[in-house]
Design a binder for this molecule. Sequence first.
Ligand SMILES: Nc1ncnc2c1ncn2[C@@H]1O[C@H](COP(=O)(O)OP(=O)(O)OP(=O)(O)O)[C@@H](O)[C@H]1O
Length: 618
Amino acid sequence: MDQTQTQNKAKGNHKQVLGRLLKVVYRTSPAMLIISMISIVLSAGAAVYGSLFIERLIDQYIVPLTRQSNPNYTPLLDAVLFMGCVFLIGVLAGYLFNVLMAILAQKVQFNIRNKMFAHMESLPISYFDQNNYGDIMSRYTNDIDTLMQMISQSIPQFINSSLSLIFVVIAMFSLSWQLTLFSFLIFALSIGIVKFLTTKSSYYFKVQQKKLGQINGYDEEMLNGLKVIKVFSHEPQSKAGFDGFNDELRQASGKANTYATILFPIMGNMGNLLYVLIAFLGGAAAINGWAPLTLGAIASFLQLSRSFAMPISQISQQLNSIVLALAGSNRIFELLDQPSEVDNGDVIISKDEKVKGQWYWNVPEKDGQIKKVPIKGHIIFDHVNFSYVPGHPILHDININAKPGMKVALVGETGAGKTTISNMLNRFYEIDSGTITYDGIPISQIRKDDLRHSLSIVLQETHLFTGTIMDNIRFGKPDASDDEVYQAARLAHADEFIHELDHGYETVIDGDGSDLSQGQKQLLSIARAMIADEPVMILDEATSSIDTRTEKMVQAGMDNLLAGRTSFVIAHRLSTIVNSDLILVLDHGRIIERGNQQELLAQKGYYYELYTGKREIQ
Ligand SMILES: Nc1ncnc2c1ncn2[C@@H]1O[C@H](COP(=O)(O)OP(=O)(O)OP(=O)(O)O)[C@@H](O)[C@H]1O
């Protein structure tokens, strides 16, 4: 697509976005919008009426007074008083308009933020795989800010200027059509220039927003990976990458601002030129009788010509910021338009809060009653195939029978598909073919929230939240009592190290728990899973090495956690899976060997090679 095509597409898009945005504003508060519109008509009308009044003032009051030997000032005073009232109404209406629009903008911003957040939570995981966090964040920050500015300032001023322009034109015609047509000529010339410049600047403003999103994304990625960058002395490459983005951003902003800044002086001086030409032409027309113009009409027209040029330059300024904000609004709507995660499941799972570890299927009976059937935790993968990207299969014909309480270990080289199998069980992604059942029920029929709630996941990267140790463990069950928290911590073998901390369970963890060791973080996440107490566990075992003592504690905690639950362990160290009931060896998305430790060692195949060190897992 060449640049003109891109710009045309953007223009069409802008209209749609503006229409949609105005609908949002209207729906937020129809009454406020209508009162604002009435106020703005009054405010613009009063200003133009003031200009027209000059004609009456000169022709009907001042000139006759100069001819009277004993001047009577009363009619003049009455007229001036009346005009004062008109101006006052105009000022009050203008003030009301600005206040209402500012309140409206706040409300719209509040609603859109809420909507965005709620919608973001409903999006499928695949959306976050395809879009970087920095870019999504920039929709919440930069784009919302520009949107807010547009609704509270640019659009109100744009409407104000446009209305003033319309009223001024009507008033000018009523004074002299000849001079009005002449003013139009100059106007047409300026519109041509404005149009050219705004089209150019809008294109580059959009590019600028995009580059800003990219640079935020890059910053975030580099900050997250700062340790890795330092370890590999990758600073120069990282800086070079940043310089590239920064340079692109500078160029786009430079171009956008160049066009925008040329615009204003041109518009400002166009008004001065018009003023001089009208004064000259109007005077000549009146003296030579080309047009029936009085002294008052010329003065009034000159005043109007000032008000004529001013809204044009304001409109051009506001157009620029509106176009910039529309690009941002478009990105907000893009996020809101992303399809939410579909959930056709209607099978409900519930938990018995009184009996520990008791979860139920809620099966509707014919008589309308709900029968509660205890969950056993029997998971079957039957001929499951899957691809993240259509045409690039990742899992091939996966068959797993994880009976209740069984510990199933997944081993294989990095990228073999271990995490992908757990993604299937969670329904983060939908399988291409085959079936996965949970106690005989296809997981596609289970309500997604309930399904995920009944599966506990302990991830490789332990994520902790800012708050106390107590809060972090309680995250697994928000209404857990203090005793439940202590018990979970004891079972997870986290209790010992927590007591050694200065404030015990009340120790505040900052950020991502950077003050704690990797092993301690794992113990906390085991305690968190322990308290959540789900019937099925998915454990993405940590790769990082921890000291032997902590490792033993982690192992003991894990064993407690897994006891009696169906579990899938994504193993990175063979030492932790020797006691698994079933070990599945994965290679390029296929299960190539299966059995328990003894059986696999006896086969002397891939697992045997891993175990004896002839092959490395990573
Ligand atoms: N979101 C995604 N989109 C596209 N491809 C993906 C995605 N996630 C993983 N893959 C690909 O799927 C394959 C399996 O990845 P998976 O994460 O399941 O491997 P793994 O065995 O868990 O590896 P590791 O031990 O490194 O965690 C890899 O080739 C990976 O590149």
